[in-house]
Design a binder for this molecule. Structure first.
Ligand code: AR6
Length: 231
């Protein structure tokens, strides 16, 4: 008996997993939900106004660096619309570097509804947070705290009250959170990226030497945090 699960809302990131009862041990079996998967937004790209080309270079560079540590785990860069420039740039640069598209791919959709709306199973999602780790503020932070409910807010407070730029915080999600019960998300990783927006705290005033370093640190902390859960 063979079943196929196709998870793609866009056709851009088509993942096809075959489930077969007579597969050899060790080959891909089970369904997609068994594969540790981190979905992450492009950190600092919108409200924090980080340069698009530089942000895409940092993402692809860091993904490449972590590829051989992933085992069977997957990394998925998410954005809301098919017009997303960061997704197309990252896809092109990842293809140039011949990064394995089964281990790293892009996906269009709301990071809070990847399973229910997109059919993509992600046990971990990353948040582009603010330094106070507070709900609201717009962007993906508002969406994730809203979807995670009071359980996410309480679990976050238990771990820490603030975050420095370039750092990530792994928060185990209580099963009472709708993100857990509906979407299958067991952990949220808050990440604080560099800020280039003069109207937000700790603005780097276009210092991209520092900015790129902080963004690289942010993705390193994020991917290390994910691997500590996945392995
Ligand atoms: N699903 C997937 N991607 C999203 C979603 C979503 N629901 N919402 C936004 N994005 P941003 P930052 C994408 O602004 O630049 C907040 O106010 C978006 O298109 O969320 O790091 C916090 O409180 C973009 O590609 O994060 C902080 O103060 C990416 O997520 C500040 O914004 C990041 O955009 C952080 O700013």
């Amino acid at each position: 008996k063979t079943q196929e699960t196709v998870s793609s809302s866009s056709g851009m990131a088509s993942q096809k997993i075959k489930v077969s009862e007579d597969m050899a041990p060790g080959s891909i079996s089970h369904d997609e939900s068994d594969i540790p998967t981190l979905a992450f937004p492009s950190i600092s790209r919108a409200d924090f106004q980080f340069d698009l080309e530089k942000a895409s270079d940092v993402i692809v560079g860091k993904v490449e660096e972590f590829m051989d540590k992933l085992g069977n785990a997957r990394l998925v860069l998410v954005d809301l619309t098919e017009r997303s420039k960061i997704l197309s740039l990252v896809r092109a640069k990842a293809a140039e570097k011949k990064i394995d598209s089964k281990r790293f791919f892009t996906f269009i959709g709301d990071i809070c509804q990847l399973y229910t709306k997109g059919g993509l199973c992600c046990n971990v999602i990353a948040n582009a947070a603010n330094w106070r780790l507070k709900p609201g503020g717009g962007g993906v932070n508002a969406a994730i705290f809203n979807a995670g409910g009071p359980a996410l807010e309480a679990a976050t407070k238990e771990q820490a009250r603030s975050l420095l730029p370039g750092n990530a915080l792994v928060v185990p999600l209580p099963s009472t959170s709708p993100l857990y019960s509906k979407e299958g998300v067991t952990h949220v990783i808050h990440v604080l990226g560099p800020n280039m927006n003069p109207r937000r705290p700790n603005c780097l005033d276009n210092d991209y030497v520092k900015g790129c370093k902080v963004l690289e640190d942010a993705y390193s902390s994020l991917f290390k945090g994910f691997l500590s859960i996945a392995n």
